[in-house]
Design a protein around this ligand. Structure first.
Ligand SMILES: CCCCCCCCCCC/C=C/C(=O)SCCNC(=O)CCNC(=O)[C@H](O)C(C)(C)COP(=O)(O)OP(=O)(O)OC[C@H]1O[C@@H](n2cnc3c(N)ncnc32)[C@H](O)[C@@H]1OP(=O)(O)O
Ligand SMILES: Cc1cc2nc3c(=O)[nH]c(=O)nc-3n(C[C@H](O)[C@H](O)[C@H](O)COP(=O)(O)OP(=O)(O)OC[C@H]3O[C@@H](n4cnc5c(N)ncnc54)[C@H](O)[C@@H]3O)c2cc1C
Length: 666
């Protein structure tokens, strides 16, 4: 097949006003990081056996899983072999920060993902030093494969309501794990069904009949040689899902299953041999693995969104449809301003999430280091900001990936475009690791507390300190980026205050505080959203200010177009709220709309350059519509021909059913 690049894409690349490689380096965190990432990709992607002969979508549920395990093993070994021993941990982390290498291998997700994303982090965060040494030696080499088993059939969100019990037996120095009901069965953990042999189980600890809260236990549930479930273990797979079909989500029930005392992960709380319980300094430390994954998800969303928007923008440069002007031929669909409106916010959001994720990762690292020294002061702030960022970035990414898909018209509906699978991956994140509404309400809880503290003259944590600033009933509006950040903060303040007023009103009318909270929760979620949008926007702007000093002028200019586009887009989306709490006028709104349209026009010549700068290889995009060369139609046909239905000109169903039916013989 010729390697000719589509002419429209060539023209787009010539029009780009900035240096694409410079932006790639900026997103990676430096030229060296780009080089390391590419080296890693070269090495891993040249491994034999990593890719599918038959596209995954044509396999059965069972075959998909078996094929994914085959690839996971090859991929894991390739990643290990590609590790550069001369690189520091930090350099390795930088090289993989924006890499979606696994996406080249799995159109869906890896059956090892829970081992790496949660089992190992749970050991690192919950085990004492001796346990960590023992388990990490085995887990890091994948001598054992683990998962994180928290959610049950009956409870996911409400962790305190988990029914699985771990009852300490001081006579044998063992815990007895038990699932007293059907709803107590662990349900959802990835890798649990047929891949893993160990898991971290979150269970309700009882000592001498007394509840000691939810605690983490490391549990072997399959024999290491035969892989048979151990006695007292009931196991299975939960069935087909919207996505995650190669992740092997499973169920697990315990029937009086005994494990030694040292299998409780005892970094925070401990059970001594005689059954003495030593409390954790803060019971929420047990939830630390979830906080870690929420932080990781924000970066994951930035990357997946970049992938979807790369596919959609390249396709939109190649696709020609309808007429803008008579006799001028069919324009590229990217010339339709509505198409730009659908897609450019995806590019800007990906940048905003990447920079916010970097900020959040630094905060996570600081708070974790403080926790090691016994300082828990900033844990509530980390929890509050991680909750809303996880919720808002997953919600926005799901919307924008779906918009990217529909922006590709009919071809976006093809699995070969890869957009449906990317949607399946990102929409899952709206639910897992804390359902989004629930997490928004956690942030709202902190906002309410912060406003109460501000009103009684206490100092607030940095991310909420604006709540202690003096506010006028309507903030004086200005259309600058800083003005928009202030506007969103004013909205957050106003909505928290209004929710608090509602709660007091409901309490006066006879409701209890919990019912009053529930009645006001729609407002509370809106307050969290405004708080989070102000946070993302201010972080995005200040991170670009902080890090763009040495960049070339053309690149800086485009980066600020995107920051301004992001701010303007959200101001226009939430104009009703701004009208309620600020002095924004009709003239301001009209000017914002003009600015927005002007920005779409300025970004237009740079659109393909901007997505090229994400630097995804074709193998990582895995898409008929998004490849670098723009050979969209050829690829669609090539992929269609791989359909097993095209293997023979006449399908047997014709002779079996259609022919007798059409000839009236059936
Ligand atoms: C596509 C790319 C992405 C890449 C990522 C890879 C991902 C791999 C796949 C992941 C697979 C998924 C795994 C899972 O889903 S595991 C299961 C996750 N489950 C959850 O997240 C459950 C959600 N529920 C909770 O977190 C809590 O129960 C909840 C926060 C909702 C409430 O807890 P609880 O009822 O016990 O507490 P209260 O509301 O009464 O609050 C008590 C106080 O504690 C504070 N709090 C709560 N949680 C935390 C925390 N984690 N850290 C610190 N503090 C916490 C809370 O704010 C209250 O404080 P105050 O009393 O001071 O107000
Ligand atoms: C793809 C995928 C992978 C997963 N992987 C794992 C895994 O590896 N390990 C694991 O342990 N779990 C896993 N989970 C489970 C996941 O963590 C839970 O599904 C999630 O925490 C939500 O809990 P739930 O299903 O109980 O939803 P529910 O809490 O039942 O939510 C249902 C509805 O009730 C609402 N609701 C619930 N509580 C409140 C409240 N307090 N206030 C207002 N509204 C409320 C929610 O907003 C939602 O609209 C996975 C889930 C998915 C989808």
């Amino acid at each position: 097949m010729s390697a000719k690049v589509n002419d429209d894409l060539l023209t787009e690349r010539r029009k780009c006003e900035f240096n694409v490689e410079e932006l790639t380096n900026y997103l990676d965190g430096g030229a060296q990081a780009t080089q390391n990432r590419r080296k890693l990709e070269d090495k891993v992607l040249s491994t034999k056996g990593l890719f599918d002969e038959v596209p995954e979508e044509y396999l059965s549920h069972k075959e998909k899983y078996e094929n994914a395990v085959r690839k996971a093993v090859v991929y894991y070994k390739a990643m290990k072999e590609a590790e550069d021993p001369n690189q520091t941990e930090q350099e390795r982390a930088n090289a993989t920060y924006r890499s979606l290498l696994h996406a080249a291998v799995f159109k869906d997700n890896s059956p090892f993902s829970l081992h790496l994303a949660m089992f190992i982090p749970a050991i690192l965060g919950q085990a004492d030093e001796e346990q960590k040494k023992y388990w990490m030696k085995r887990a890091s080499k994948m001598e054992i494969i683990g998962t994180y088993a928290q959610t049950e059939l009956g409870h996911g969100t409400f962790i305190r309501g988990l029914e699985t019990t771990a009852t300490y037996d001081p006579k044998t120095e063992e815990f007895v794990l038990h699932s007293p009901t059907l709803t107590a069965y662990k349900w959802w953990p990835g890798s649990l069904a047929h891949t893993a042999n160990y898991c971290v189980v979150m269970a309700h600890l009882y000592i001498n009949g007394k509840s000691c809260g939810i605690q983490p236990f490391i549990v072997q549930f399959r024999d290491e040689e035969t892989h048979q479930p151990l006695p007292g273990i009931k196991l299975g797979e939960i069935g087909a899902k919207l996505g995650f079909n190669t992740v092997n989500n499973g169920f697990l029930g315990f029937d009086q299953h005994r494990i030694p005392r040292n299998r409780m992960l005892m970094k925070n709380a401990q059970v001594l041999k005689d059954g003495t319980f030593k409390r954790s300094p803060n019971s929420k430390l047990t939830y630390g693995t979830m906080v870690y994954v929420r932080v990781v998800i924000v970066n994951g969303m930035a990357n997946q969104l970049a992938r979807a928007v790369t596919i959609a923008v390249r396709y939109s440069a190649v696709r020609r449809q309808s007429e803008l002007k008579p006799d001028a031929g069919e324009p590229q669909i990217l010339d339709y301003v509505t198409q730009q409106h659908k897609l450019f916010i995806g590019i800007a959001s990906s940048h905003a999430f990447t920079l916010t994720a970097k900020w959040l990762t630094r905060m996570y690292q600081k708070v974790t280091a403080d926790l090691e020294k016994g300082n828990l002061d900033e844990l509530p702030e980390l929890h509050a900001i991680a909750c809303c960022l996880k919720a808002v970035t997953t919600t926005d990414t799901s919307v924008l990936v779906e918009r990217s898909r529909t922006s590709c018209g009919g071809h976006g509906y093809m699995l070969s475009s890869n957009l449906p699978q990317i949607y399946g991956l990102v929409t899952a994140a709206c639910t897992y690791e804390g359902e989004n509404t629930v997490l928004m309400l956690q942030t709202a809880r902190s906002l309410v507390k912060a406003l109460e503290q501000a009103q009684s003259g206490k100092r607030l944590s940095p991310t909420m300190s604006y709540l202690s600033e003096k506010v006028s009933s309507r903030l004086k509006w200005d259309n600058s980026i800083d003005g928009i950040v202030k506007g969103f903060r004013r909205v957050a303040y106003g909505k928290v205050e209004s929710a608090m007023r509602s709660m007091r009103k409901y309490v006066r009318s006879g409701l209890g505080p919990e019912d009053a909270w529930n009645m006001s929760s729609v407002q509370l979620v809106a307050a969290s959203e405004a708080h989070c949008r102000a946070f993302i926007l201010s972080t995005y702007k200040s991170e670009v200010d902080r890090t763009s000093g040495s960049l070339s002028e053309p690149l800086k200019t485009v980066l600020y177009y995107l920051v301004e586009l992001y701010a303007t887009y959200w101001a226009l989306e939430r104009v009703g709220d701004l009208l309620l709490y600020t002095s924004i006028s009709e003239a301001d709104i009209r000017q914002l709309q003009d600015t927005y349209e002007d920005l779409l026009g300025k970004i237009r010549p740079n659109a393909v350059g901007l997505v090229d700068a994400f630097d995804f290889r074709d193998q990582i995009l895995n898409s008929t519509l998004g490849a670098y060369d723009g050979r969209v139609y050829e690829r669609l046909m090539e992929e269609a021909l791989k359909s097993p239905l095209n293997a023979e000109p006449v399908n047997q169903s014709f002779h079996k059913y259609l022919k007798p039916f059409m000839q009236g013989k059936l």
